[in-house]
Design a protein around this ligand. Structure first.
Ligand SMILES: [Zn+2]
Length: 428
């Protein structure tokens, strides 16, 4: 059984933690609870945290610990820096009253500064074996070594993510002292993915351990500013790879206090100096796919949404008056939902084009034999660009019925639309 109880001094103070920690005579531990789970493992029982939030005695997680505790469990340093510790302790009480409130989204320049620093301090290269050279890693998707620098990584261990959050917070606070003052020293709050841990320390990502390091995929606006990030969890065992926003949903605020939601911004993928303005803009789903596409076809630009049904209004605005080709996954013709979303996007663009009297075309890219457009390009498959009418004619019956209903609702009829490529195929 655990010998550390409320009010006991730090375990073996001076010998482990040196004079700065050892000189605090009576910083007691308190047990974690449902409201205040363990900042290391996320557990609600057994583990303990010091009152000032500097140290955790976690009973489960060895990863990232500075020391194995005498009885059982592991000692983790949560805050390394004295001044930050004092400022967050001072602010902790004020914050505590509002713990389950979300933090308002930070301005774009702050998000960009914080995420840029995060990518710099924790690049994908740091986990080369897991994220870069693995069978489903970046190189296998067709990225060159230079492209890998566009992506970051989050460590699997909570403790390492805490240290990262702390460093990013400190560096950005030093660079933007005025802004830091308005945030009580916790500059990263308001940047989706960051939230406030026990004692006010900045935290990053889920409150529990990941099974492996995860890839960080930035979502950039047209000027290259990072608005948000997605995490790609790799293929581990039988678990398929998956994407989630680095973000705190409203219903997760009890676990990630004072977090912020990312929303679903678009990603603009382009190679400055390489793309040709006259070529159509490709629309696809997922920033990684869009990046892989332009890495292989640098003369083209791509815009990615997080999903086929997401952010249509933003896509319409971003591609207004420009020729566009849509490249959703090739199973879209069999998948009624994807088909419906694609038809909706085509009709919405047509309605918008009619309103502003633009004759910009909307093509649909089709191919056989690979799922994503990036895989298709990598495998050098034959890509065909169809106009809406030709695409519609080639749909299986079930999907065609779905599309008809959508288009009727929008008063859209493909044959009536002017398109420079009517009935023709061209190579993308
Ligand atoms: Zn724990």
């Amino acid at each position: 059984m655990n010998t550390l109880t409320m009010g006991t001094p730090l375990p073996q103070g001076k010998s482990i933690f040196g004079s700065s920690y050892g000189s605090r005579p009576h910083v007691g531990f308190r047990r974690v609870t449902t409201q205040h789970p363990c900042p290391v493992c996320g557990g609600k029982k057994w583990c303990q945290v010091t009152q000032d939030g500097r140290l955790a005695h976690c009973m489960r997680e060895a990863c990232g610990a500075i020391k194995q505790a005498k009885d059982d469990g592991y000692i983790h340093v949560l805050i390394h820096d004295d001044t930050l510790a004092m400022s967050v302790t001072r602010n902790a009480n004020a914050f505590d009253r509002n713990r389950n409130l979300k933090t308002e989204l930070a301005p774009l320049e702050i998000r960009d500064a914080v995420y840029s620093k995060l990518l710099e301090l924790s690049p994908a290269w740091k986990y080369e074996r897991e994220l870069v050279t693995a069978p489903d890693g970046l190189l296998a998707r067709g990225f060159a070594a230079d492209d890998v620098m566009r992506f970051g990584a989050l460590p699997a261990c909570v403790n390492e993510r805490d240290a990262l959050a702390h460093r990013v917070n400190q560096i950005v606070a030093d660079e933007l002292p005025l802004y830091a003052t308005t945030r009580g020293g916790v500059t990263v709050l308001g940047v989706p993915g960051f939230w406030e841990g026990t004692g006010g320390i900045p935290k990053l990502g889920r409150p529990t351990k990941y099974r492996s390091p995860v890839l960080t995929v930035p979502y950039r606006d047209e000027r290259g500013n990072i608005q948000a990030c997605q995490l790609r969890f790799p293929f581990v065992g039988k678990t398929k790879s998956s994407y989630v926003w680095l973000s705190t949903a409203e219903d997760k605020l009890d676990k990630e206090p004072r977090g912020t939601s990312s929303g679903s911004p678009l990603h603009f993928a382009l190679r400055a100096g390489s793309y040709i303005n006259d070529l159509p803009i490709l629309i696809t789903e997922g920033a990684l796919k869009a990046e892989a596409f332009v890495a292989l076809r640098p003369t083209m630009r791509a815009i990615a949404t997080a999903g086929v049904g997401v952010a249509h209004t933003e896509i319409i605005a971003a591609t207004r008056g420009r020729d566009t080709i849509i490249a959703f996954d090739s199973d879209h013709r069999q998948n009624k939902n994807v088909c419906r979303q694609l038809a909706k996007l085509v009709a919405e663009r047509a309605v918008d084009a009619r309103r502003i009297e633009s004759n910009a075309s909307t093509g649909i890219v089709v191919w056989e034999g690979a799922k994503g457009i990036d895989d298709a390009v990598l495998a050098n498959l034959h890509l065909r660009v169809l106009d809406a009418a030709a695409w519609f004619q080639n749909l299986p019956n079930e999907s065609a019925e779905e599309v008809s209903v959508v288009w009727q609702n929008y008063g859209f009829a493909p044959d009536a639309e002017a398109s420079p490529n009517d009935g023709q195929e061209k190579k993308a």
